[in-house]
Structures are given as C-alpha cells and as structure tokens.
Design a protein around this ligand. Structure first.
Ligand code: SF4
Length: 242
C-alpha cells in the first residue's frame, strides 16, 4: 500500500467507510470490507503467525513535502471526480494509459511516474472545476493541474512540440477565442459531419472516417465521437426567448 493510506486511529476509519461508497457509487456502505487485525495471539487461535505490510513511497514523500501537491495524497479513490468530469465522461476511465484514472489520475500519475512520462495528462482538462466541487476531501484538482502545467513549461517539456500540432492548436485558439469565428466553425462542422457520421456518431459506426482521415482516425480508434448538436445552446436560447 502507499504510505498515504495510513490513518491516525482505528476510530478514524469510520469516516472513510462512510465517505468512500457514498461519494463513489451512492451506497451507504460498500458491498464488503476486509479487516485484517494482525497475527493470532495464542497458538491455538485461527489466524496468521506473521503479518507483513509493504508500504511504498514511490515519490509520495516528494508530494508531501510541497505545500500544494501534498493534498493529492488525501485522495480516497472514490472516483467522484471521474464521474463528474466532462472529459472523462466522454472518454472513459483508463483512457490515458494510467492505472489511476480521471482528474486525480491526471494529477498523481505525473507525480508518481515523473513528468516526462505523463506530461500530456495535466493538459487533458478544461479546468471547469467540476472535480473540485464533488471531491469529498476537497482536493483542489484544477490548481494542481495548473501547477503541473507550469512545472512542465518551466522544464521546457511542452507536450505539443510537433510543428503540425502547434499550428493546429494556434488556429484552434484563434478561432474559438472569438464569438464570430467560433459560430462559423460550428456551422461548418454541422455541414461537414453529414458526410462522416452515422447514427449520431463519428468513428467506427460511421466506418470510413478512421481510414480516410488519419489524425481524426486516431481519436476515434477506440470510441466514437458524438456529432455536433443540430442547434447550439445560444440558438435554442433565442428561440425560447421569442
Ligand atoms: S480526488 Fe477526490 S473525488 Fe477524485 S477520487 Fe480522490 S477523493 Fe474521490
């Protein structure tokens, strides 16, 4: 187990037994719990003669030493942030190659395995703050993501080094920073998606986009992308106001 799993007293376990299932699945209690209480006291008792607990540090002391990152260790792995996150709701849990999924995974994976091995993860977030709102132990995940991004930038390990990617994201930023060009791009997307969508999906269901357009094909290799909604929220708002 990781060293952060230690709690001060047996009585403190009560809080966590309630917090975890209620935040994770909405149950009052988990379906089962195992309590390992130690070695047997007398030779005739049933139980183990020896009990070995292996505690791993693996970068956790480093996280503990920093005033901001130490809060990452308070995570009880309930998964509430994963369920609330608009990114991970679409792509599923273990989509980015880490055993720690979701927003908290994007925070602790780079810290445990090293920024160079997971430098894309802190960028897989819109920083909307939904994870922070639902977290039962109040971890400020967006602040941690920004902190990790700044560490990556300071180390000049920017994750988008390919010229094509840099150009694409610059264009994306310019177009979507202005209302008019954003609206135009969405109208164009609605028109174009007619040729590559089937049944409200773009990807394997649509069939041929994965083979025809390689960069987009990689995005839809494992999961179909939903199509752009026929009407934007602003259009619907205007209609309702009338
Ligand atoms: S960060 Fe918070 S919400 Fe996410 S798994 Fe950990 S305790 Fe649960």
């Amino acid at each position: 187990m990781g060293i952060e799993k230690v709690i001060p007293k047996f009585a403190d376990l009560d809080v966590f037994l309630k917090l975890l299932p209620r935040s994770g699945t909405g149950q009052s209690l988990t379906a089962y719990q195992s309590l390992i209480t130690g070695v047997k006291k007398n030779a005739n008792d049933i139980g183990p003669d020896e009990l070995h607990i292996v505690m791993l540090d693996n970068g956790r002391s480093r996280m503990l030493a920093h005033p901001l990152t130490r809060q990452s260790l308070a995570c009880i792995r309930c998964g509430a942030c994963l369920n609330a996150c608009p990114v991970y709701q679409q792509i599923g849990g273990h989509a980015y190659g880490s055993v720690y999924p979701g927003p908290i995974g994007a925070v602790i994976t780079p810290q445990l395995f090293g920024l160079s091995k997971a430098k894309q993860l802190p960028y897989a977030s819109s920083l909307c703050g939904a994870c922070r709102e639902v977290c039962p132990v109040k971890i400020d995940i967006p602040a941690l993501l920004l902190h990790l991004r700044s560490e990556i930038a300071e180390g000049a390990e920017t994750p988008m080094r390919k010229p094509g990617e840099r150009f694409a994201f610059r264009m994306y930023s310019r177009m979507w920073s202005r209302s008019r060009t954003y609206t135009l791009s969405m109208q164009a997307a609605r028109l174009m998606q007619r040729f590559v969508s089937r049944g409200g999906k773009i990807g394997k269901v649509g069939g041929f986009i994965s083979r025809l357009v390689p960069p987009l094909g990689a995005w839809t290799e494992w999961r179909d992308a939903p199509v752009v909604a026929p009407k934007s929220f602003r259009d619907l708002w205007k209609e309702k106001k009338k």
